[in-house]
Design a protein around this ligand. Structure first.
Ligand SMILES: Nc1nc2c(c(=O)[nH]1)N[C@H]1C(S)=C(S)[C@@H](COP(=O)(O)O)O[C@H]1N2
Ligand SMILES: [Mo]
Length: 443
């Protein structure tokens, strides 16, 4: 603490979206008060504040609270652990009115409240075209057919005997940030960027299964992945990619997948938009041409300014966003603040993230926190002293191909303003003198 240029700033992180003022208050209490107390405690030593003064604002130090003098709760009272009651505001949220039925909808991950790069499984975003199911793994089967020497049907037991790998990868829906093409539409980073999550996935490489069935290498060019839900979710994947880093996964963050994320089996297609990560995976067909299914011929395509559509643009290009401070949050005073965010690229590793606090006129290079992994979220941080004047905060990522995340102006020149998918523009957060942070597109 004593290294800080001025005393730490305080932030009210109540960006939970469409909350009532009372609920916002609930969220602001809890962890944030805990932070404030921690800072107050640090200032006792670092800044030489008198113990008497500290005692006023910090009863937990000099007056022992009940939890310091009584017996705590027993082990295994909760056989499966849960977050603290004080973290109840941190949850997935639906965007009201976005879709007509909640079975064909999306819930967004609360990026503003997450640390590091791993998304807790219970907060992973959800996107279902026809609802989710909790499928009995004993009855689930995966079939591989088409241009193979021998079509096979695997049980979960068959699959889980095979050599497995564990890899950390992000998944981003191609429609993430899709509401913002023409104008600012939603208030918080949960809604602008929350169709994004990152987990450690465990499973068998698809190449192992294809090898097991013996691909007809002369004719095979593509595979089709099919889900077991009623949405007929089917996506074409080029064979070279299918043989590269695609995983048939059952594990997510050390345990089985959550039902909402495809339990007991899903496809992990690193770097590729979420729709190809077929959940409740039941079939892989090997073929010689793309299938042009509904989810690739008319959905998940890019409308261009001349009115034509571009198909099969499935790589999630390099992108980043500042998660703290972000829309809906309030800086409670000027002084030191840590600006923190996430960067990712479907083509590889993040090489660099620059941060501007003046709407893109000046840039400073942020610290990339380890690990920096290919096709995974990367956490960045940068120190900042807010002088109390209005500011526009932006982050701009570069990946290891040298590609630089575009501004809205640059992206719209190529893509227009009426697309839905693949918006990877630089996000701007406006910080007002009042300390309130809001979503803007001034640049
Ligand atoms: N079987 C099936 N797989 C599916 C979907 C679906 O509706 N059914 N939705 C897709 C879409 S559009 C996305 S963005 C991701 C979302 O994965 P998640 O719900 O685990 O976040 O799953 C994909 N896989
Ligand atoms: Mo999606």
């Amino acid at each position: 603490m004593s290294q800080l240029p001025v005393r730490p700033g305080r932030i009210r992180r109540a960006p939970e979206g469409f909350l009532t003022p009372e609920q916002v208050g609930d969220v602001a209490a809890g962890r944030r008060d805990f932070l404030r107390q921690a800072f107050a405690a640090a200032s006792v030593t670092a800044l030489g504040v008198s113990a008497a003064h500290a005692a006023d604002g910090d009863p937990a130090i000099l007056n022992l609270p009940e939890h310091s003098t009584s017996l705590g709760r027993p082990v295994a009272e909760r056989p499966y652990g849960l977050p603290s009651q004080y973290e109840a505001g941190l949850k997935r949220r639906e965007s009201p009115g976005l879709t007509r039925v909640a079975a064909a909808s999306v819930s967004f991950a609360p990026l503003q409240g997450l640390f590091g790069i791993i998304t807790p499984s219970g907060l992973h975003f959800e996107r279902h075209h026809q609802g989710w199911h909790d499928i009995d793994p004993a009855r689930h089967r995966l079939m591989i057919n088409g241009l193979v020497k021998e079509a096979r049907v695997y049980t979960m037991d068959d699959l889980m005997r095979l050599p497995s790998v564990s890899r950390i990868h992000f998944i981003e829906c191609g429609a993430n940030t899709g509401m913002e093409w023409g104008n600012v539409a939603v208030p918080t980073v949960q809604y602008t960027h929350g169709m994004l999550s990152c987990s450690e996935f465990t499973g068998v490489p698809l190449s192992v299964l294809l090898d097991d069935c013996g691909i007809d290498m002369k004719r095979a060019k593509f595979v089709l992945a099919e889900g077991a839900d009623g949405s007929s979710m089917t996506r074409t994947i080029p064979l070279d990619r299918a043989l590269d880093d695609v995983i048939v996964a059952w594990g997510q963050n050390g345990e089985m997948l959550r039902p909402e994320n495809g339990y007991p089996l899903r496809l992990v297609v690193p770097g590729i938009q979420g729709v190809s990560w077929v959940k409740w995976l039941r079939r892989i067909e090997v073929g010689d041409q793309p299938w042009a299914t509904k989810d690739e011929a008319v959905h998940y395509i890019d409308l261009l300014p001349d009115g034509t559509h571009r198909q099969y643009t499935s790589i999630q290009e390099c992108k980043s966003v500042i998660t703290t401070p972000s829309g809906g949050q309030t800086l409670l005073d000027r002084g030191f603040h840590n600006i923190s965010g996430l960067a990712w690229s479907g083509r590889g590793k993040i090489r660099r993230v620059d941060v501007s606090t003046d709407g893109g006129r000046n840039w400073r290079t942020a610290r990339l926190e380890t690990p920096v992994l290919s096709k995974a979220l990367t956490r960045f941080n940068i120190d900042w002293v807010w002088d109390g004047s209005p500011a526009i905060l932006q982050s701009r990522a570069m990946d290891d191909t040298g590609y630089v995340q575009p501004t809205y102006r640059q992206l719209r020149e190529v893509r227009g303003t009426r697309s839905i998918y693949h918006n990877n523009a630089i996000q701007s957060w406006k910080l007002a003198e009042s300390g309130d942070v809001s979503n803007v597109q001034a640049y």
